[in-house]
Design a protein around this ligand. Structure first.
Ligand code: FES
Length: 264
């Protein structure tokens, strides 16, 4: 049997370590150590249910574990070969998750008409700025050949058709390698408080999608924590594949408020 204990930040904060210690001590003292594997994992994506673990064989996801509840859970699997359903978030065959604290899904608002200081008359909506969105965005832009460009705050322009490599191996900085050794570093991952202030402030925290009224040009504007412009992605009207991707994947199917759009 494998028990995958989440050791991500939320679970640790919610007390995962005493749960893991208790579980391991129980397995050791009952001669079960060699028949089981306890593994610490990174975030399981169920932080609202922290601390969590997954029991295999099978696929049993447990929520809100404590040092007291983990032992009956282990016994139930090891002795009776069944889960304790009261503590489960999910098992195979269930149609939905059984969370006590399910977070409502966040979806972007429809595009709204705005008169923006920089963009002037436009339709605009806010997208997501975590690396779980921005890294896939850059990976996607590397694959399409639709004349998409990125213009940095200093005016330098980079075409994604010349993007040769994307490196996201450091903790929070993604590096875009363009032709002719031109390189851009953008901070897209979460930056902990212990990191240099400059890195904290330069993290992209605002990602806005827009359609300009005058030219119908579409784009994405990135700003940092201090609302300074980091860069703008320009998407020509002809770049239908890219814009479709932005609407459907990055903006989860966001729509343009047509009434406002056409009356504008
Ligand atoms: S940190 Fe454990 S589920 Fe996210």
């Amino acid at each position: 049997m494998n028990i995958l204990f989440c050791d991500g930040g939320s679970c640790r904060k919610a007390g995962s370590e005493p749960v893991i210690r208790e579980a391991r001590a129980y397995l050791r003292n009952n001669g079960l150590w060699d028949k089981t594997h306890t593994i610490k994992t990174r975030c399981n994506g169920r932080c609202e249910d922290a601390p969590t673990c997954i029991v295999q064989k099978g696929n049993y996801w447990y929520k809100k574990l404590t040092a007291n509840t983990i032992i009956p859970v282990l016994k139930s699997h090891l002795i009776h070969n069944k889960p304790i359903e009261d503590h489960l978030i999910y098992q195979d065959g269930w149609e939905s998750l059984l969370s006590d604290d399910e977070r409502p899904e966040i979806t972007p608002k429809p595009f709204q008409y705005k008169i923006d200081d920089q963009l002037e008359r436009c339709m605009l909506t806010k997208g997501f700025s975590s690396d779980q969105y921005l890294y896939p965005l850059f990976l996607f832009l590397k694959t399409v050949n639709e004349n998409i460009s990125l213009v940095l705050a200093n005016g330098e322009r980079y075409f994604f058709s010349e993007l040769q490599d994307i490196e996201y191996t450091s903790t929070y900085t993604v590096t875009l390698h363009f032709k002719d050794n031109r390189v851009i570093h953008l901070i897209i991952g979460s930056v902990s408080k212990e990191e240099p202030l400059e890195a904290i402030q330069k993290k992209i925290t605002s990602t806005e999608y827009f359609i300009l009224e005058e030219t119908n040009l579409r784009g994405i504007r990135f700003k940092d924590k201090l609302t300074r412009l980091c860069g703008m992605v320009y998407i020509p009207e002809t770049a239908t594949k890219t814009w479709e991707y932005c609407l459907n994947i990055q903006l989860k199917g966001a729509t343009v408020n047509e009434k406002e759009y056409f009356n504008a």
